[in-house]
Design a binder for this molecule. Structure first.
Ligand code: SIN
Ligand code: MN
Length: 266
């Protein structure tokens, strides 16, 4: 699948591109079930909110077949190769829960700030991808983006170790206010299967979820192979050091997996 010229231009201008329902409800339903099973496990890759509810599960593509297939899916990999003009590898893979009633905030931040400071990534040539596993609604803590904020480079940030269970390089209110005056805030919403890609320097965050509706999203970071990280400081399951280019699976790989999964369950 190729992006159109207009989609490429939108990505460069606005810093993000939303492809609603890129995956079918059937392809994603299995992954939603699998994610719940993963959160129920006790593993070091699974981080919990201060309440104990799951916050994020790292690296499930390395131990779960459904997420392995998603992580190498051509509908996602090919457009990113097109944008970067080279192959990509998986820098980070996580399934964020934003659990019903207890999912906590992600403070305003840029991801490249963390990749540069903590991982030694040379350039913001890694793409952030969000794949919706649940319906993302205006009310259940959707991701909020500040359009065009990626054009300001990497901004000063503070390492926040207190607000949530997850350390994050966060932006101050004055910086966010100025950027929002120029670009506003958007929060793409929609059915399970939607895919949102956004620039590593795009400012983003999300509010807590106090609704009964969970908001599970898979976040993948696909890094251009030549931009591999030079100074890793974080655990391997958070910032990968296997720089092998991803070879995409077949386009029907997920649907075949879903069919065999259902057959096995019957
Ligand atoms: C992130 O920025 O890495 C996650 C944000 C979210 O899950 O809302
Ligand atoms: Mn982020």
């Amino acid at each position: 699948m190729d992006l159109t010229e207009q989609q490429v231009a939108q990505f460069h201008d606005e810093g993000y591109l939303f492809l609603p329902e890129l995956f079918t409800p059937e392809e994603v339903a299995v992954l939603r079930t699998e994610a719940e099973g993963i959160y129920a496990q006790q593993r070091p890759e699974i981080w919990r909110e201060k309440s104990g509810a799951p916050r994020t599960a790292f690296a499930a593509h390395l131990y779960n077949e459904g997420f392995r297939l998603l992580a190498a899916h051509p509908r996602m990999i090919r457009p990113i190769e097109q944008l970067f003009g080279e192959q990509v590898y998986m820098h980070q893979f996580k399934i964020n829960a934003k659990s019903a009633f207890s999912g906590e905030v992600w403070q305003w931040h840029q991801d490249y700030g963390t990749w540069a400071r903590d991982d030694g990534m040379p350039e913001p040539r890694a793409m952030n991808i969000a794949v919706f596993l649940d319906e993302v609604m205006p009310i259940n803590g959707p991701l909020m983006l500040v359009p065009r904020s990626h054009t300001h480079g990497t901004l000063d940030a503070r390492h926040d170790l207190e607000t949530t269970s997850y350390p994050l390089w966060t932006l101050d209110e004055e910086t966010v206010t100025k950027l929002v005056e120029k670009g506003g805030i958007v929060s793409p919403v929609g059915k399970p299967g939607g895919l949102l890609m956004f620039h590593g320097n795009l400012v983003h965050g999300s509010a807590g979820n106090i609704t009964p509706y969970p908001r599970k999203i898979v976040y993948l970071t696909l890094n251009a192979v030549s931009n591999y990280i030079r100074k890793p400081t974080r655990p391997e399951f958070i910032a990968h050091t296997d720089f092998t280019p991803i070879e995409p699976v077949a386009d029907d790989a997920l649907i075949r997996y879903a069919t065999s999964y259902r057959a096995a369950a019957e």
